[in-house]
Structures are given as C-alpha cells and as structure tokens.
Design a protein around this ligand. Structure first.
Ligand code: FES
Length: 160
C-alpha cells in the first residue's frame, strides 16, 4: 500500500460518515484543456472547475489578452417595466479575449450574448467566426475536459 493510500485509509476511519460523504478528490475539481496559438503551437494545461478560460490562460502564461477580466463594462439592466438602470463593473468591456472553440464543444458552451457578439465583431472584425467566444465568459466545469481552445493573433492594432 502506498503512503497516500495509507493516509486516506486512516483519515476515512477517523471521520464520521457525514464527513466521508463530503470527501472528494483533486480529480473531481480539475480538468485539462489545450490552447493552440496562431502558429499551431499546442499547450495542454491543467485547470480548476470554476475558473474561466481567461483565468487558466493567465495562470499558465498563455498569450491571451484580457485587461477588463470580463467585469469592466457598463450593463443595462431592466429592473421593472418602467425602471431601466445602468450598472458598472459588470460584463465584458475590452473584447480582447477572443478565442475560438471547435464546434464539437458547442453544446457545452453558454450561448453568446448579442452585446458580446457585437463587441467581438467591433474589435476583431473578419476574424470572428461562429466558433468565436470571449474567454472571460466561459466558466469551466468537468464536462469541458479535453476542450481545445484556439487563440487567434492579437486584435488589429489600428483600432486600439
Ligand atoms: S477580458 Fe475583457 S472582454 Fe474578456
């Protein structure tokens, strides 16, 4: 028996049954995704459930810009039928974190919002495809294990 198995056995015996039910393993909250850059270089990296694709890219030094972090824009909120409000510090603003996800993962991704789609087109123009997403708006779950994320080149500099 390895030492980690021995430790698990001792801990499992010492804990009440309710605590045993809560015990998970690291593999319950980790997954792997693969980034592919514009030159075709691939980097398969570990990620945590709950991180965004942008979080994972920053953690592993992947060249993916995202200065607003997904929480820098003004969002129009309909409070009631007559009360329309604008909140700040919520939602995407920069639209720099453009990634493209293969269509085989489409069913695992949230629908892209109209304003996100428009923001991507404003910044990335012809490079936007039906696979385009904002990396800051995709929160990872176990179901994303093995997902491939293509990172296009930087946005056109003449509009920044
Ligand atoms: S980081 Fe700014 S829109 Fe995603």
């Amino acid at each position: 028996m390895g030492s980690s198995a021995g430790v698990r056995s001792v801990v499992a015996k010492a804990l009440p049954s309710a605590s045993k039910a809560c015990m998970g393993s690291v593999s319950d909250v980790t997954l792997n995704i693969t980034f592919v850059d514009n030159d075709g270089n691939r980097a398969s990296v570990p990620a945590l459930v709950g991180q965004t694709i942008l979080d994972v890219a920053k953690t592993h030094g992947i060249d993916l810009e995202g200065p607003c972090g997904g929480g820098g824009g003004a969002i129009s909120v309909q409070r009631t039928a007559k009360w329309h409000d604008t909140t700040y510090g919520e939602g995407p603003l920069c639209f720099f974190c453009h990634v493209q996800i293969p269509s085989s993962f489409n069913h695992l991704l949230p629908a892209i919002g109209e304003s996100d789609d428009q923001g991507l087109e404003d910044v990335w123009q012809d490079e936007v495809t039906s696979q385009s997403r904002l990396a800051c708006q995709i929160t990872l779950d176990k179901k994303h294990e093995g997902m491939v994320v293509y990172v296009p080149d930087a946005p056109p500099t003449d509009i920044i």
